[in-house]
Design a protein around this ligand. Structure first.
Ligand SMILES: [Zn+2]
Length: 103
C-alpha cells in the first residue's frame, strides 16, 4: 500500500518522494553531510541539486550512508538519473549492517 506523503525539496519544491514522481531523489547521506547543508538554513528534504548547491560541491557515493537500505532500492524508488549518477559505486555494507542491528 502506498502512503500519501509528499516530500518537496525545502529549497526548490522538487518532489523527492518516489510515491509521487518517477524522478525521485529519496536517499540518506551521512549525518556530517546533512549537518553541513543545514548550516545554510533548515530543511526537511533536499533534492540533489539543492543539496549540492548548499555544499558548493558535487556529491559522490562516499556521501551516501552505506548502512541505510533506502540507498539500495533503486528500482522501487525510481531514482532520478542524477541521483543514480552520484550513487554509482556505492556498496551496501551488509556485514556492518547485520552487526549494527544484531541480525
Ligand atoms: Zn531542490
Amino acid at each position: 500500500m502506498r502512503y500519501d506523503t509528499r516530500c518537496p525539496c525545502s529549497d526548490c519544491d522538487h518532489e523527492t518522494n518516489h510515491n509521487h514522481t518517477d524522478e525521485a531523489e529519496w536517499y540518506m547521506v551521512y549525518d556530517h553531510v546533512w549537518e553541513e547543508a543545514l548550516k545554510h538554513g533548515p530543511a526537511q528534504y533536499l533534492c540533489i541539486g539543492c543539496l549540492e548547491e548548499r555544499l558548493r560541491r558535487k556529491l559522490t557515493f562516499a556521501d551516501f550512508n552505506d548502512l541505510i537500505p533506502v540507498n539500495f532500492m533503486p528500482e522501487h524508488f525510481s531514482p532520478s538519473k542524477r541521483l543514480q549518477g552520484r550513487m554509482a559505486g556505492l556498496v551496501f555494507d551488509e556485514a556492518a549492517y547485520r552487526l549494527k542491528h544484531g541480525i
